[in-house]
Design a protein around this ligand. Structure first.
Ligand code: TXA
Ligand code: MG
Length: 310
């Protein structure tokens, strides 16, 4: 399928999967409530979990928001197009289906030529969650999208360069990160020195998606922090498990090992694919990473995916 065909689907109220630099998205016209409902139905997504609206120009941004907080300008200049999602007051153009009933809207401009071409060709902002069934690991390739949605048309493009979702931030009141993601706290602090990671009330988080189980593989996931390496070695001994760890730890284990790369960036990029492994094994046992830089986002995802953590 080419960009023109995918754009026609969007214009006609249909849904289509498309690549972004973070993960694949499942898109619909953000201004069309019936189209947006199709996305929720296909994913099995709770209706109170709002979608991110993807734009390709500042004109499109101006159409979907009521106002732009002053601090947003510097962030947009630095990080767009890119994996930063900013919460704005929503304009009247945006139906409540897209915002999950909130008066705000989450917007980002993706850094992927296919995605930008699709939005431009469709001529409307595209609402898109990650193109996975609700609760499953996000897709970083066409194959992953097909696993979850065999019948949905896919516009293919480059593999997702980051492999982690965008960072979601709010700027009303105290600047804060609602969902950690591909842009690290450190990078954001270069523009907004006082930004923090929001304290989330687990029952009523500001970012509604954060209350649901996420990124879960098809079998139990047991997570060990790097300090627990010795404990993990004992835990996996003689068990039928698949081990996920950075390259340098692979030699510590016998049995099935999936290597996740040598840096946190590489680990972020390869993690979701590894969580979707088809290999035989009763559990996935993961050696995590330090909670700094991109390691924070990785550990956030792993803790949400884990059945048990040590
Ligand atoms: O990288 C990404 O962000 C990918 C690609 C496709 O762009 N999309 C993605 O969407 O991860 P999704 O639906 O899986 O996650 C959207 C997150 C959820 O945690 C949701 O609750 C939050 O953004 N969100 C959306 N609108 C919001 C709003 N108005 N206020 C607070 N949080 C919001
Ligand atoms: Mg998602």
């Amino acid at each position: 399928m080419d960009v023109k065909q995918a754009a026609d689907i969007i214009k006609n109220g249909g849904i289509v999967a498309f690549p972004t630099e973070t993960v694949y998205g499942l898109g619909a016209n953000a201004l069309d409530r019936e189209a947006v409902k199709k996305v929720f139905r296909a994913k099995g997504r709770p209706t109170d979990n709002p979608l991110i609206v993807h734009v390709a120009s500042s004109q499109m941004l101006l159409n979907v928001v009521r106002s732009i907080p002053p601090q947003a300008r510097g962030l947009i200049k630095r990080f767009w197009p890119g994996p930063l999602t900013i919460i704005f007051p929503a304009s009247d153009e945006i139906p409540i289906e897209t915002t999950g009933g909130l008066s705000t809207v989450a917007v980002r401009m993706p850094d992927n030529i296919t995605a930008l071409a699709l939005i431009t060709e469709a001529g409307v902002p595209i609402a898109a969650p990650s193109a996975n069934k609700s609760g499953r690991p996000s897709p970083t390739s066409v194959e992953h999208v097909k696993e979850d949605f065999p019948d949905i048309p896919i516009l293919s493009g480059k593999h997702s360069r980051h492999g982690m979702e965008s960072t979601v931030i709010a700027l009303d009141g105290k600047p804060r990160i609602l969902r950690q993601g591909a842009i690290s706290l450190k990078q954001l602090r270069e523009v907004i020195p006082n930004i923090t990671i929001a304290e989330q009330n687990p029952e009523r988080p500001e970012s509604p998606g954060m209350k649901y189980r996420h990124y879960a593989p098809d079998r139990p996931l047991i997570l060990f922090s790097p300090e627990q390496l010795e404990h993990m070695k004992l835990y996996v001994k003689g068990k039928d498990v698949i081990i996920l760890c950075k390259d340098r730890y692979a030699k510590e284990f016998t049995g099935q090992v999936i290597k996740l790369g040598s840096t946190d960036k590489e680990m972020a990029k390869s993690l979701y694919k590894a969580l979707r492994t088809k290999r035989e094994g009763e559990e996935l046992v993961v050696l995590g990473t330090e909670k700094k830089g991109h390691g924070r986002t990785i550990m956030d995802r792993l803790e949400r995916a884990a059945t048990k953590s040590y």
